[in-house]
Design a protein around this ligand. Structure first.
Ligand code: GDP
Length: 441
């Protein structure tokens, strides 16, 4: 579901807009465990549009002197998480310097911004709405959150701005058993992908080897594992469609890319008798850059003589070769004999959970205090780098933001330390972790 953030200086009417969109005055705070308490989130169904809305107003009630700073960080975090920003001004008050500075943050967001000139009921505040052009955020929508005016125009603007829904995903949401988890099995030719998928599906639905003349539109196969709906990427379907003059190597890579983009969890299948070639590392890089969850399957385990020895060695290889997905699950199996498939699926489910995890802002900041005192950031040209605040801005994969001074000067080794420490503290093995650094003046 896409995310919409409501941004603007205190008192412009953000909470009223939030309530108007979410449609109820109470129960505004999201009660899912782990969701941050210091910003309000709610699900919105608005004339056929579905999205999640984040309100940054919660901090206005806090009355300490760091309010502006914290408000700013909270706003930046919300903007990072957003697909669309609703930027609200008070049309009656006109454009104030504080609006300018929030607008500055918003312009840097790189996502669509809808400018709302609020408190304009009955045509009030027109001059303020005109002034709002000067913010450089496009045409303002004259609006009244209190009276519900301007909703039609806002709806039109949202249709334009929101990412187009993936039709596949839309039907899924309401299906019994919930949304299907998308899983792709990738690996070099002959690693045993088709054999494994056949075993999972329990029938000969995939043909092993190329076959001319078969075309299918769907790229996924529906499956169920212990009551969980799963869409498996149709690896062999890709191969069947491939043109004959495609080189096998090139095909495997573009095929891999498509599979990785399709999936939420990627199973990289290795032939345990010839593990870790360059192409496998390319696939892991792809999984990392596309931000997917990863599980490694060691196939053809039935052919391995010294199983404990090889497993130990391959787990060490993973730690050394794949630092970007530290702690990734490594599961021995035989697709042909149908052994280890259950263990593999358990690992897939647990990787999906980790990938989806949300950590509360208070836990992250408790952790941050410890992590900084255990290993303080270095000084750069005599000045200490200060990290003040951290929050998780997104999941799938986990994405954290750090706020402070001179963070652009943080050495890579230090951000690596923080990512590893986050991974450990919040039990996030095997998933790519994103870290954004935000320096405040
Ligand atoms: P793909 O190219 O990755 O889809 O690989 P295939 O599924 O076509 O399998 C390639 C070859 O490996 C076939 O000859 C399979 O029979 C064989 N194979 C696949 N899985 C296993 C396994 O678990 N054990 C053994 N011994 N052979 C396997």
């Amino acid at each position: 579901m896409p995310t919409v953030a409501i941004v603007g200086r205190p008192n412009v009417g953000k909470s009223t807009l939030f309530n108007r969109l979410v449609g109820k005055k109470l129960a505004l705070v999201d009660d899912r465990p782990g969701v941050t308490r210091d910003r309000r989130e709610g699900d919105v169904a608005f004339g056929g549009l579905h999205f999640r809305v984040i309100d940054t107003a919660g901090l206005e009630e806090a009355d300490d002197d760091t309010l502006t700073g914290r408000m700013r960080m909270q706003t930046e975090a919300a903007i990072l998480a957003a697909d669309v920003v609703l930027f609200v001004i008070d049309a009656r008050a006109g454009v104030l310097p504080a609006d300018q500075s929030f607008a500055e943050l918003t312009r840097r967001a790189g996502c669509p911004v809808i400018l709302i000139a609020n408190k304009a009921e009955g045509g009030a505040g027109m001059s303020g709405a005109y002034e709002a052009f000067s913010l450089g955020l496009g045409d303002p929508i004259p609006f009244s959150a209190e009276h519900g005016e301007g909703l039609g125009e806002l709806h039109n603007a949202l249709i334009e701005a929101l990412p187009k829904p993936d039709s596949d995903e839309e039907d899924d949401e309401d299906a019994p058993g919930g949304r299907a988890l998308r899983v792709a099995i990738v690996g070099r030719p002959n690693a045993g992908k088709s054999t494994l998928i056949n075993t999972m599906l329990g029938e000969e639905r995939l043909l092993v080897g190329p076959e001319a003349g078969i075309t299918r539109d769907s790229i996924s196969l529906d499956w169920e594992w212990r009551g969980r709906r799963i869409k498996l990427h149709d690896t062999a379907g890709m191969r069947r469609r491939a043109r004959i003059d495609d080189k096998l190597e090139k095909l495997a890579v573009s095929d891999g890319l498509r599979a990785v983009r399709f999936a939420e969890v990627v199973v990289m299948l290795l032939d345990a008798t010839i593990p870790f070639e360059k192409q496998d590392l390319t696939i892991v890089d792809l999984v990392e850059s596309e931000g997917r969850a990863l599980v490694i399957g060691l196939n053809k385990w039935d052919l391995v003589a010294d199983q404990p020895g090889l497993l130990k060695q391959l787990r060490e290889d993973c730690t050394r070769l794949l630092p970007q997905v530290r702690g990734v699950a490594v599961v021995p199996l035989s697709g042909l004999a149908g052994q280890g498939v259950d263990k593999l699926m358990q690992a897939v489910m647990s990787a999906a959970d980790v990938w989806d995890r949300r950590v509360s802002t208070s836990r992250i900041n408790d952790w941050l205090g410890d992590a900084l005192s255990r290993n303080p950031p270095p000084a750069v040209s005599g000045r200490r780098i200060k990290i003040r605040y951290a929050t998780q801005v997104k999941s799938r994969p986990p994405h954290f933001a750090l706020f402070g001074n001179q963070l652009d000067a943080l050495p890579k080794s230090y951000t690596r330390y923080l990512v590893n420490a986050l991974r450990e503290a919040f039990d996030l093995p095997g998933t790519p972790i994103r870290l954004s650094l935000r320096t405040s003046q």
